[in-house]
Write a protein that binds this ligand. Structure first.
Ligand code: DLL
Length: 433
C-alpha cells in the first residue's frame, strides 16, 4: 500500500478527517465563491452550522451546467496567483469543463494516483508507460504525477503513434501500461500487425480508465497482453484519475480515496441519498481541494457504495462499484432502459467477435431502433457470409434474451471499425439529427 495509515484507517478516524476537511472547505467556498454563498444563503445555511457528515444531505447539489454557467473561473475559490495548473475536459457540447489546482491540489492528486499505481503492483523499480493523452486531459499528467510520487520511472509516450508505443514497450522493458482500455486494445492490435506478441514481454500490469469497460473487455486485455488489468476512475471536475482504483480482488469494486473526496449515491430522480448497496448516481464532495472545491457534485455516473473492508487487501476505504453507465448514456429503446455497457458485455460473451463495435440508435417510424456493428474475428470472417449471418443471429437472440429488445446485429470485417487512441466513441444516436 502507498499510504497504509489512510488506506486501512478505522471508520471513526476517517470520519474525523473528513469532517475537519469538509468544514474547512465549506467555509472556503462560502467566503470565496459567490455561487455557493448564494446557494447556501438561499437555504439559510451557514458553514458554522455544519456539525456532522450527514448534514451534507441538506446541502444543494452542483451540476455540470453550473460549471458551464460559471465558466471559466467562477467556481475557483482562490485568486490566480495561487493557481498553478489548469486542466480541462472537452465535454461533448459547448464550453470545456475547467479544473483549477493549487500546488497542494496537484500534490494530493499525485498521492491519490500513487495509491492506485501501488495497488496495481507498481513500485520504485518499475517503468510505467503513460499512454493517456497529455495536455488538458487529466489522464496523462495525472498518472505522470502518480508515477513521480511513487518514484518509478515514467515514460511519457502520451497517446498516438501506436507503432512506437509497441516498440518502446518491448525495447525498454516497460512494466505497466496506463491508457484507456480501448487504446490498450488498439496497441494490442498494432503489435499483432507488427508480428510482436506482447504477452511474453516484461509488462505485467496496467491502469486503465476514463471510459466504461466490461469484465469481458478486461479479460480480453489481460489475455492479449499477458497482464493484470486494473481499473482507475476519476473526473476532471473533482481531480482527474485516481479518485478510486482496484486492488487485486477483481470483484468489480474500486477503493475510493475518501480522505480527499467524499462519495454519496443518490436517486437521480428523487435526489434522495441512498443507503449503501443501492444503485444510483455518484455524487462527490471535495475534501482537500483548495482551488476548486465542489460541493455535492452530481457526476451522472451510475454506481453503488459498499462500506465493508475489502477481504482481499484489507483496505478499509469505502468501495464504489465499477461504473455501470451514465444517466445521460442510458438509451431508452421502446421503453426499455439500455446501457451501452450491457450491450458490450453481451457482445464480448461471443467468442467469434472482436471487442470492437459501434451502436447506432435511429428512429424507425415512431419507434427507436438499435443496431450494432461488431467486428468478426478474422478466422470467422474468412468462413463466408452464411456463417457470419448465423453468428449475427445468435448474438441478436442472446441480446434479446437478456435485455428484452431487438437489436439488429451485423458482423463486419476485421479492422473496419475505427480504432481509438483515447476515449472510444461507440454510440451514435441519430434520433435528434
Ligand atoms: O476521464 C479522468 C481519467 C483519466 C480517469 C484517466 C481515469 C483515467 P473526464 O475526461 O473528465 O476525466 O471524464 C470523466 O469519464 O465521469 C466517467 O463517466 C468516465 N470514467 C472515468 N474513469 C472511468 C472508469 C477522466 N474507470 C468521466 N470507468 C467520468 C468508467 C470512467 N468510466
Amino acid at each position: 500500500m502507498w499510504n497504509k495509515e489512510v488506506e486501512t484507517a478505522q471508520l471513526e478516524q476517517m470520519q474525523s478527517w473528513q469532517l475537519a476537511r469538509l468544514r474547512e472547505n465549506l467555509h472556503r467556498v462560502y467566503e470565496n465563491v459567490p455561487f455557493y454563498k448564494k446557494k447556501f444563503d438561499h437555504i439559510g445555511f451557514k458553514p458554522g452550522d455544519f456539525k456532522k457528515l450527514s448534514d451534507l444531505n441538506g446541502l444543494p447539489f452542483t451540476l455540470k451546467n453550473d460549471l458551464r454557467d460559471n465558466y471559466p473561473f467562477g467556481l475557483s475559490a482562490l485568486p490566480m496567483s495561487e493557481i498553478t495548473r489548469i486542466q480541462a475536459s472537452s465535454g461533448t457540447t459547448g464550453r470545456p469543463i475547467i479544473g483549477t489546482y493549487t500546488s497542494s491540489d496537484v500534490s494530493n492528486w499525485g498521492e491519490c494516483c500513487a495509491r492506485a499505481l501501488t495497488a496495481s503492483g507498481i513500485g520504485k523499480n518499475d517503468i510505467i508507460q503513460v499512454s493517456y493523452g497529455y495536455g488538458l486531459f487529466t489522464g496523462g499528467l495525472g498518472l505522470h504525477g502518480g508515477g513521480e510520487t511513487v518514484g518509478c520511472t515514467v515514460l511519457p509516450t502520451s497517446s498516438g503513434i501506436t507503432e512506437r508505443q509497441v516498440t518502446m514497450m518491448r525495447d525498454l522493458g516497460v512494466d505497466s501500461l496506463c491508457c484507456t482500455p480501448s487504446y490498450a486494445l488498439t496497441i494490442a492490435d498494432k503489435a499483432n500487425e507488427m508480428g510482436i506478441d506482447i504477452a511474453p514481454l516484461k509488462i505485467r500490469t496496467g491502469c486503465f480508465g476514463a471510459e466504461p469497460w466490461s469484465d469481458e473487455m478486461r479479460r480480453e486485455i489481460e489475455t492479449r497482453m499477458g497482464i493484470t488489468a486494473h481499473n482507475i476512475y476519476g473526473l476532471t471536475e473533482m481531480m482527474g484519475p485516481g479518485m478510486s482504483f482496484t486492488c487485486n480482488s477483481h470483484d468489480g469494486w474500486l477503493h475510493v480515496n475518501e480522505d480527499h473526496i467524499y462519495p454519496e449515491i443518490i436517486d437521480p430522480v428523487t435526489e434522495e441519498t441512498l443507503p449503501y448497496g443501492e444503485i444510483g448516481e455518484l455524487v462527490f464532495t471535495a475534501l482537500s481541494r483548495q482551488a476548486m472545491p465542489l460541493i455535492r457534485y452530481r457526476t451522472r455516473d451510475i454506481s453503488a457504495l459498499d462500506r465493508k473492508p475489502c477481504p482481499h487487501c484489507r483496505r478499509t476505504l469505502i468501495k464504489m462499484k465499477k461504473i455501470m453507465g451514465r444517466t445521460d448514456d442510458m438509451l431508452i429503446i421502446s421503453g426499455v432502459n439500455v446501457f451501452p455497457s450491457q450491450i458490450e458485455s453481451l457482445l464480448l460473451d461471443t467468442p467469434e467477435v472482436e471487442p470492437q463495435y459501434v451502436i447506432v440508435v435511429r428512429k424507425k417510424g415512431h419507434l427507436d431502433a438499435l443496431s450494432v456493428d461488431v467486428e468478426a474475428k478474422a478466422h470467422i470472417y474468412e468462413q463466408g457470409q452464411d456463417i457470419i449471418r448465423e453468428i449475427a443471429k445468435k448474438v441478436e437472440k442472446h441480446i434479446h434474451g437478456v435485455i428484452g429488445i431487438h437489436v439488429a446485429v451485423r458482423l463486419v470485417a476485421p479492422r473496419s471499425i475505427q480504432r481509438s487512441e483515447g476515449k472510444a466513441k461507440r454510440v451514435f444516436d441519430t434520433r435528434n439529427t
